[in-house]
Design a protein around this ligand. Structure first.
Ligand code: PMP
Length: 390
């Protein structure tokens, strides 16, 4: 991308939402076409279009998914809908989520998010929220050694139901790869054990795929690829679903969870025609243009390059990621914002996150990045690290 005539590699893809680039003509042209006709219609009149798009998406979805709720334009809204669906369908109250998780900005979704530092200035009660340790193996809460822990963090969910919940647990919300909480990639076994535990306890799984969805990890959803073992009952999406950054969000679920009445959860701009055009064209683009293959190839190239850099620069550790959702750590003594500012001088747009006891720098360029552009990104990162260590 170019800003004021200067060239940047956008490793944040906007706000992790401009996944198909800022000016992808196929999507922009379709949006213009829609604007020429009508910009807004109430979701009452776009239901048929939503159903058509759901059918278009179906081959990309896990087999258990059979219903949709496209009434939101933000990830927060979609997660609110998912909470309501889980509570109404089960008749139970409690929502479990993971330490360091981020599920949105509304009172409800902030209440279920595990990043407590964001809540320090507010009183945001969500009486039925229970947070449990997640699969951050590098900083295992239980002090286990990765590979020999038998996924203790997933199994101990049972203890939290017993000791920390009302006993009436509707669902567990999980980001398949935790985004804001440090790009935490669980071992694949984690999903399987979590699913088994939830099945045993009768708890629904909500996969918050706001960051991981729409190709980011190299499969349409993480839960159709790397995180397939999760077999979620409900999936929420937003961000990359609008392709060029148009806000659109939704919920996908097992058919028997299609329980909401329209007045129970909707918003003024939910399922508006522009959002639906962006969603439809994004699905087509990902499907028809080999985007998932590109994410896998470019992601592997990026990962290899980051690993190589981490062997040269001692400040750079913990390279991790799936597809084009990569990250590395800087030492806690380092001001990550200073590093990001330096990156900007080398033509890189980076984002950081404070998580646990660490500092992560996230590297998540658009899904259409070429191999050459990945190499350019790595060269710029090399220059940034070099000037940082001086
Ligand atoms: N879930 C996850 C995993 C997110 O990363 C975010 C946004 N960063 C949200 C939900 C909330 O999405 P929005 O900002 O569109 O409300």
């Amino acid at each position: 991308m170019h800003v004021d005539g200067e060239r940047f590699v956008d490793c944040a893809s906007g706000t992790f939402n401009v996944s198909l680039g800022y000016s992808t003509p196929e999507i922009i042209d379709a949006l213009h076409g829609q604007l020429d006709r009508v910009a807004h219609l109430s979701s009452e009149f776009t239901r048929a279009k939503s159903a058509e798009i759901f059918e278009l998406m179906r081959p990309e979805l896990p087999p258990q998914i059979g219903a949709f709720w496209f009434r939101d334009i933000t990830g927060s809204g979609a997660n609110e809908a998912a909470i309501r669906i889980a509570q109404k369908a089960t008749g139970r109250s409690d929502i479990f989520s993971l330490f360091l998780s981020h599920h949105g900005q509304t009172v409800g979704t902030t209440g279920i998010s595990g990043n407590a530092f964001r809540n320090r200035s507010f009183s945001l009660p969500f009486a039925h929220s229970v947070k449990i340790p997640g699969p951050d193996c590098a900083n295992c809460f239980y002090g286990q050694v990765p590979g020999s822990c038998a996924m203790m963090c997933a199994r101990r969910l049972e203890d939290f139901v017993e000791y920390a919940s009302s006993g009436q647990v509707a669902a567990l919300v999980v980001e398949p790869v935790m985004g804001n909480g440090g790009n935490i990639v669980p071992p694949p076994d984690y999903y399987r054990v979590l699913r088994e535990t939830c099945d045993r306890l009768g708890i629904l799984i909500i996969a918050d795929e706001v960051q991981t969805g729409f190709g980011r990890t190299g499969s349409f959803f993480a839960s159709t690829g790397y995180a397939a073992g999760l077999r979620p009952d409900i999936i929420t999406f937003a961000k990359g679903a609008g392709g060029v950054g148009i806000p659109v969000a939704g919920v996908l679920m097992r058919p028997e969870l299609d329980v909401l009445e329209s007045w129970e959860h909707s918003s003024t701009s939910g399922a508006n025609p522009l959002a639906l055009v962006a969603l439809e064209e994004t699905v087509r683009y990902i499907r028809d243009r080999g985007v998932l293959g590109n994410v896998t190839a470019a992601g592997a190239r990026l990962h290899r390059g980051l690993l190589a850099l981490s062997r040269t620069f001692r400040d750079m550790t913990g390279v991790r990621g799936v597809g084009l959702m990569q990250a590395f750590d800087l030492p806690t003594s380092v001001d990550v914002e200073q590093f990001i500012a330096l990156g900007r001088r080398h033509g890189l747009i980076l984002r950081g996150s404070r998580y646990g006891f660490g500092r992560a720098v996230k590297v998540r360029p658009p899904l259409i990045i070429t191999g050459e552009q990945v190499d350019d990104l790595l060269d710029r990162l090399h220059a940034t690290l070099q000037s940082f260590q001086k």
